[in-house]
Design a protein around this ligand. Structure first.
Ligand SMILES: [Zn+2]
Length: 187
């Protein structure tokens, strides 16, 4: 995430890193007006939507990584709940009106300061109309999932686990991180 060069509050160019009094982290602080620039993780929400043993994936039409497949997910907006954000992203990226069944996975990516909140959901209506961020979307049987085109390892692992759990008929709840490039789920 690029840091601002000018103070968002007073426009001065005197932003410099320092640990504000009483704080534990270094922040950009404005030497002119004492504005403190906080950078906190971004939250990405999305859904695993399964229908008759098939899983809804969408193909990205825009950078980063156009052409790759992923679960419908995206950045939460201010003023939304995680559930609203997840259902909105599903709607925008796949044209599916969905209903959330339960939370499924929360994983952190500290390296890029992101947190993913993934829900289990079902499709209520499939319109076939979706927004410009998506070039295609469809339900895949497990043996047809384009695993090599799913860029993000954590998404692959979540899907693999879900497919195994559906066969067993029991769903867990997982928390993990991929700061080492590997996802460690804790039941
Ligand atoms: Zn300032």
């Amino acid at each position: 995430m690029p840091l601002p060069r000018f103070c968002p509050q007073c426009g001065s160019a005197s932003l410099a890193p320092c640990v504000p009094p009483g704080d534990s982290h270094s922040r950009l602080v404005c030497g002119a007006c004492q504005y403190v620039h906080y950078v906190n993780p971004k939250i990405i929400t999305g859904c695993i939507i399964e229908r008759e043993g098939q899983y809804l994936l969408c193909q990205r039409a825009i950078p980063p990584r156009p052409g790759t497949w992923t679960l419908p997910a995206g950045f939460m907006e201010s003023g939304e709940t995680t559930e609203q954000a997840a259902l909105r992203e599903v709607w925008e990226e796949t044209g599916v009106r969905a209903e959330i069944l339960s939370p499924y996975s929360i994983f952190s990516v500290p390296r890029i300061s992101e947190v993913y909140v993934i829900f289990r959901a079902i499709a209520l209506e499939i319109t076939g109309q979706f927004g410009p961020e998506t070039s295609a979307c469809r339900f895949f049987a497990p043996e047809h999932i384009p695993w090599e085109s799913i860029y993000y390892p954590a998404i692959r692992q979540i899907l693999e686990r879900y497919i195994a759990e559906r066969q067993a008929g029991v769903y867990g709840l997982y928390v993990g991180n991929d700061d080492t490039g590997k996802v460690h789920f804790i039941r």
